[in-house]
Write a protein that binds this ligand. Structure first.
Ligand code: GLU
Length: 304
């Protein structure tokens, strides 16, 4: 049996000593205030044992990690009709790229780039009674934690500076792939990204993806097949234009966010989250990726 606590405890000092920690995201002004020295890992195994190092209960902005959670909720509501409005191919482009969207007539490559996530946000705005509150309740129910909330300062900060997202939403609207108005959809999108969560909360929220769609409380949120599909999208599209590199180095499906968080999972075995706010040139947490590479190499466990 693998001693995950020992493995995490060996990884943390090696990461913390690194003098190349990446750069904290500053294009959303509110994110720039986070210390680059933060570091955390949290792992929950299939039997619900937990293992942690560093600031694993301190919250940070989940940003793009939220795209998996909105996808799960929209997929559960619409079923496979969702794929009429968004594709499942990696884009090979940065998360906020626009030209592919124009070439491909407003159908985003996948739900984990901004354009795709904005379409998914539109689907939720159309299908939920109180969209923001209902999504928050969904995240609370996945995580079994009623304390999770939006951080309005972060949402407002992005609302003021998210010009590319406005451009993306307008392009989607011009192609007829946005049912609601741009401001309403982006208000939802900026709020979903602005949820603060800790590594400990994130591993719980993603537990269903390693447990065939069932959360910690054994409630079914996605079917087994839907879970397989979401995991495959995480593997091929979860790391911007570095998804290949993440699969190559780490070998797990996962998702990163510009707040420096990464969640990854080994189906049937564990779900793990890391937090280190410094990003590499592709926008993924530099030490988070290194820590996860060490985890799968040291344990000899990955999906491959
Ligand atoms: N809210 C961020 C944006 O749309 C999310 C980016 C990310 O984490 O990749 O720019």
């Amino acid at each position: 049996m693998i001693d995950y606590q020992k493995v995490l405890s060996e990884i943390m000092p090696r990461c913390k000593q690194s003098d190349r920690k990446g750069v904290v995201a500053s294009y959303i002004p509110e994110l720039a205030n986070v210390s680059i020295d933060k570091f955390a890992m949290h792992l929950i195994d299939a039997s619900k044992n937990t293992y942690a190092v560093g600031e694993a209960t301190e919250t940070f902005s989940i940003q793009s990690i939220s795209k998996v959670l909105t996808l799960a909720q929209a997929f559960a509501i619409l079923g496979s009709d969702i794929w009429k409005r968004v594709g499942v191919e990696p884009s090979g482009d940065p998360f906020n790229h626009l030209s592919l969207l124009e070439q491909e007539n407003g159908i985003p490559r996948n739900p984990l780039i901004n354009a795709g996530a904005i379409v998914v946000a539109d689907i939720l705005v159309s299908n939920l009674k109180n969209p923001k509150q209902d999504f928050l309740n969904f995240v609370r129910s996945l995580t079994d934690d009623p304390g999770i909330n939006f951080n309005s300062a972060v949402a407002n900060s992005e609302q003021r500076t998210g010009f590319r997202n406005y451009a993306t939403a307008n392009l989607l609207k011009s192609f007829g792939n946005l049912e609601n108005d741009v401001a309403t959809v982006l208000d939802f999108y900026f709020h979903q990204c602005a949820i603060p969560m800790s590594c400990s909360q994130l591993t719980k929220a993603f537990y269903p993806f390693m447990n065939q769609g069932k959360c910690l409380k054994n409630k079914t949120h996605l079917t087994q097949t839907q879970t397989k599909r979401v995991n495959s999208i995480m593997l091929t599209c979860g790391f911007y234009d570095e998804a290949g590199e993440f699969a190559f180095e780490v070998g797990l499906p996962g998702k990163s966010g510009v707040g420096g968080g990464i969640v990854a999972l080994l189906p049937g075995k564990y779900c793990v989250a890391t937090w280190s706010p410094g990003l590499n040139a592709k926008g993924n947490s530099k030490l988070g990726m290194e820590a996860l590479e060490k985890l799968t190499t040291k344990t000899g466990q990955s999906i491959f």
